[in-house]
Design a binder for this molecule. Sequence first.
Ligand code: 13P
Length: 253
Amino acid sequence: MPRTPIVAGNWKMFTTARTGRELAAAIVKGCASLSGVHVGVFPPFPYLNVVADVLKGSSVALGGQNCYPANEGAYTGEVSPTMLKDVGCRYVIIGHSERRHGLGETDEFVNRKLHAALDAGLDVILCVGETIEQRKAGKTEVVLEGQLAGGLAAFRADLAPRLTIAYEPCWAIGTGVNATPEQAQAAHAFIRRGYADLVSPQAAAGLTIQYGGSVKPDNAAALMAQPDVDGALVGGASLKADSFLAIVRAAVA
Ligand code: 13P
């Protein structure tokens, strides 16, 4: 089954209303004549509306970087999946390592977000990935297995078309040291096998698995040329239209 790659720009806690608008406009322009790739941008919450206006009528989708697993309630400072949907988001990222490790999010909490986001009609990008200590201890596969089983608990196979998994090894995020194409391929193939066991072989064949961690224009093509690498989740290089668009083009080359 051919899989359409997804290239997503996670802006993290960067940009202003003005620079976000300009960046989104340049990305829309650069993607206008491209096909065969899904492109999404993930601005900070305060700029979702601003960026949504720029994306209107374009092929570039909007996404949230996180959500809380309830539609409304007394959760000061949190943002719900239905709010993301309301401002025009198609996607939400959950389980990013900066939230797992920086803010103590557990697989159980990530799983609650998964269900809340799917129930609200959002497509989910679920991030998994090991730390450098876990990799050095030979625990990469055990960690990925646990994050998949925990994050995907009670996931229904009929929702498979709305799920993307992002493999983001923590040691590659923001470090300039990307996983080699071989390391990425090995992890992605492992994730696909694990997902086949958890969900179904058919769903696994159609699962889009993005790689994230120091993806740049000069390494994107080699990473995405791997058979199980179906796109990229880009941090730093997504903050400049030129470098982000070069990565988008590498996905369809
Ligand atoms: P960098 O591309 O800056 O390494 O960030 C990757 C990432 O965390 C995307 O979610």
